[in-house]
Design a protein around this ligand. Structure first.
Ligand code: ZN
Length: 407
């Protein structure tokens, strides 16, 4: 794999060329099969920068190129020994050339999407600036996803009144299948990486919560994942980001989506929370994500489910079938707490799971090891918030995390 960056004013373009052993099919760090659509993309920064540390350019490139790289990657600027070592250790890929010093920075920014989880992070860290990734169209790939309203999400981010950097990119269109999106989950940070020297970033906070960090989350099912390759600080991606002087920070990594939902709904940013990519004047209310989040919100607010989605609809089909489910801990939590859930699209799931308020009480507190893995400069603030506002899991509750998918 060969990577070339070129700058034209505030726009940076990356082109990559596959070597003979590389392939247009690959896998994301979570195992998802991916197929490449095109080999170039751009990132539009809010202003023209004089210089960007080569490790930042290389790591941003790696968040897109990693799935397709088989043996080695050659960057167009020498990288640090530390970053080359992290890519070698984490992926078994030879990275180079090597020949620059490591970088470091001081501030913590939030990779802000506007969803409940990142609003919860924003509520915990009221002074942290936001960096928001906005999808724009690719000049050579038709956009069949015009219902994804990235412009609405960017407007909502601006409406928060927080210090905000918006970076616009078409990098999601490098992916043909399963659909346009981040080749690696970390590609959402590509723009933040390019801005890291300008913003003096030493860390980047993400809204990944207990499920994503420790329970397998999303595309994984029902598996305790202390060595999560994407989000553990000692995992491949954690070490690569640390080598580039931008530590991965998961301030809500120890709490469930019930806690992040409650924090978001009680936040002054409540009016700007939006987890749905489809709605303009509000969430669409008809997609699978809206249905999932409605279950959690109804549980947190202790009210009946408000939805027009019926059991026969495709987005509700998975809940008519037996578990395991992605995000199953939150399905259990919702089914245990939503009044009248047995007569909703989650009725079948509720019968299969048999969850109760006491069997899901662990999901209301913080898993202590998630605090210990926050980098030292920011750990105290997270610990103070979790002990003061949320409360820590006791040993029995922590064991629920550590036996998830095993018991
Ligand atoms: Zn929706």
């Amino acid at each position: 794999m060969r990577v070339t960056w070129t700058a034209d004013g505030d726009t940076w373009r990356m082109a990559f060329r596959l070597d003979a052993e590389d392939d247009v099919t690959g896998r994301c760090a979570d195992g998802q099969p991916l197929r490449l659509a095109t080999n170039s993309f751009r990132i539009e920064l809010p202003r023209t920068l004089r210089e960007i540390h080569p490790d930042l350019l290389a790591l941003a490139a790696w968040t897109v190129a990693a799935p397709w790289t088989r043996r080695r990657i050659v960057f167009d600027r020498p990288i640090s020994d530390g970053l080359a070592g992290a890519i070698g250790d984490g992926w078994g890929i030879e990275a180079g050339p090597v020949g620059t010093g490591a970088r470091s920075g001081g501030r913590l920014a939030i990779s802000y999407s506007g969803g409940a989880d990142s609003v919860a992070v924003a509520a915990m860290l009221p002074d942290a600036p936001f960096v928001h990734f906005q999808r724009v169209s690719h000049p050579r790939v038709p956009n069949r996803w015009t219902h994804y309203r990235s412009d609405v999400l960017a407007e909502l981010a601006a409406a928060t009144g927080r210090e905000l950097t918006v970076v616009r990119s078409d990098l999601e269109f490098t992916l043909a299948e399963p659909r346009p999106g981040y080749p690696e989950h970390h590609a959402v940070a590509a723009g933040a990486l390019l801005m890291a020297d300008e913003l003096d970033l030493g860390g980047l906070a993400f809204g990944y919560e207990l499920g994503s960090r420790w329970l397998g989350g999303d595309r994984y099912l029902l598996r305790y994942t202390p060595d999560n390759p994407m989000w553990a600080p000692h995992g491949a991606w954690g070490r690569a980001f640390a080598a580039a002087g931008v530590h991965l920070v998961l301030p809500v990594g120890g709490v469930s989506e019930a806690v992040t939902m409650r924090l978001a709904l009680n936040s002054e940013l409540r009016g700007q929370v939006r987890w749905c990519l489809r709605g303009v004047g509000g969430p669409c209310g008809t997609c699978g994500k809206c249905l999932y989040k409605e279950l959690i919100q109804a549980a947190v607010e202790r009210r009946p489910l408000r939805t027009t989605i019926t059991a026969g609809r495709p987005v509700a089909r998975r809940w008519q079938e037996p578990p395991p489910y992605g995000g199953q801990e939150m399905i259990e939590y919702g089914c245990a707490r939503v009044p009248g859930v047995e007569d909703t699209v989650f009725g079948a799931a509720a019968r299969y799971l048999g969850a109760t308020e006491s069997s899901t009480a662990w999901l209301e507190r913080c898993y202590p090891p998630a605090i210990e893995e926050i980098p030292e400069p920011w750990r105290g603030r997270v610990r103070d918030f979790m002990t003061g506002e949320i409360g820590l899991m006791n040993e029995d509750e922590a064991r629920r995390v550590e036996t998830w998918g095993v018991a």
